[in-house]
Design a binder for this molecule. Structure first.
Ligand code: F6R
Length: 367
């Protein structure tokens, strides 16, 4: 059942190209980049009336929501708020029928996310879930569900469900960008085409990324702490990389927006606090590099995840993981893969039970 892989987690990491393809198949037109999401069940007039989008989730699914905020605000121009479900449900909510609430959940059974959904419904909001498990409670109670089609995820640490959530959220962005006429056909096509090519690209890179991360893992097996840095839509990927490492290797790790470094965490930098930084060639690349230089100036150990051909990285970093260049908007989906693998390899070297980490359950059905 693990299809020759040592763990479900590794199998699921390698299943990501196929899972992502399954998520966009039948929804994304290869020619025009137009997206169909009839499952939303709202007509054009209703979709144009949406004044705000509110994304609600826990854990890894919350990180997917944080990425989506960048996409939706950039391409659809609707204000997006992102809430941790356990916070959402206990604060004063300002919702009405013009707000689209999107609970995001792999299992569809997470208690806090479900409670948030119920409150949103009661207040008249339109509730469109993003979910992986067919017929789960969240899908039964939402007004509509965009299924992720990642297939069953057995490993407790979420991997393919996450990249499929990102794919579904990008589809939602393209869809709303078209309906609301906020996105040019050219931009939609460019992102749509890049998404179509993503599975093959990821498939091709996975074996090399595993080799590279396995080698790097050996140098960091005994680390006790880790810092992950990113900016823009890769800031949530830093959070996700840190969460993966914590969950399965029990190494203390924190994700930070790279620009926050000088507001506190830089005090932690020394040889025992390795820093992994995400530095794709995007609009904030120079900013990330200057943040990483600050770490270097304090004698920190740096792992840089950067695009192939980046000339800066070997000079700055002790270790470099390269990721192929693709459309900027897809970077979060591609850059999370080496972070999943690095956490996996380090956890293995530490002898941890990767598929069943201590104290964790696959779905959290109590608050
Ligand atoms: C992390 C992880 C958890 C879940 C969280 C939400 O690897 O698996 O953080 O993401 O418990 O679960 P769902 O998405 O099922 O609501």
């Amino acid at each position: 059942e693990k299809a020759g892989y040592r763990h479900f987690m590794l199998k699921e990491i390698f299943e990501q190209p196929q899972a992502i393809l399954n998520t966009f198949r039948g929804r994304l037109d290869p020619e025009t980049g137009k997206v169909q999401l009839p499952e939303i069940g709202l007509n054009a007039v209703e979709l144009k009336k949406i004044s705000r989008i509110s994304l609600v989730a826990c854990g890894t699914s919350w990180h997917a929501a944080l990425v989506a905020k960048y996409w939706l605000e950039k391409w659809v121009g609707i204000p997006v708020e992102v809430d941790i479900a356990s916070e959402f449900r206990y604060r004063r909510l300002l919702l009405d029928e013009t707000v689209m609430v999107v609970p995001i959940s792999q299992s569809g059974e997470t208690a806090d996310t479900l409670a948030g959904l119920r409150l949103a419904k009661k207040m008249g909001a339109k509730v469109i879930a993003i979910c992986n498990v067919l017929g789960s409670t969240i899908t039964r109670e939402a007004h509509g569900t965009i299924y992720t089609h990642a297939g069953p995820e057995i490993g407790v640490a979420s991997t393919k469900a996450f990249t499929c959530q990102l794919t579904a959220l990008l589809l939602l962005t393209l869809f709303l960008g078209e309906v609301r006429k906020t996105m040019s056909a050219k931009n939609r096509k460019a992102i749509g085409h890049a998404l179509l090519e993503l599975p093959a690209l990821m498939e091709q890179e996975l074996p090399r990324l595993q080799e590279e991360t396995a080698r790097i893992a050996e140098a960091f097996t005994h680390s006790r702490d880790f810092l992950y840095l990113g900016r823009g839509s890769n800031f949530p990927i830093a959070l996700e990389g840190a969460l993966k490492l914590k969950e399965i290797s029990y190494i203390h790790a924190e994700g930070y927006a790279a620009g926050e470094l000088k507001h506190g965490p830089i005090a932690l930098i020394d040889r025992d606090m390795p820093v992994l930084a995400l530095a794709p060639k995007d609009s904030v690349y120079e900013k990330v590099i200057s943040n990483v230089e600050e770490v270097k100036a304090r004698n920190g150990r740096i792992i840089l995840v950067a695009n192939a051909g980046d000339k800066n990285c070997r000079r700055i970093a002790e270790q470099v993981i390269t990721v192929p260049l693709c459309h900027e908007e897809l970077n979060p989906i591609l850059f999370v893969v080496p972070l999943q693998l690095l956490a996996y390899e380090i956890a293995n070297l530490r002898g941890c039970d990767v598929d069943q980490p201590r104290n964790l359950a696959k779905s959290v059905t109590v608050e």
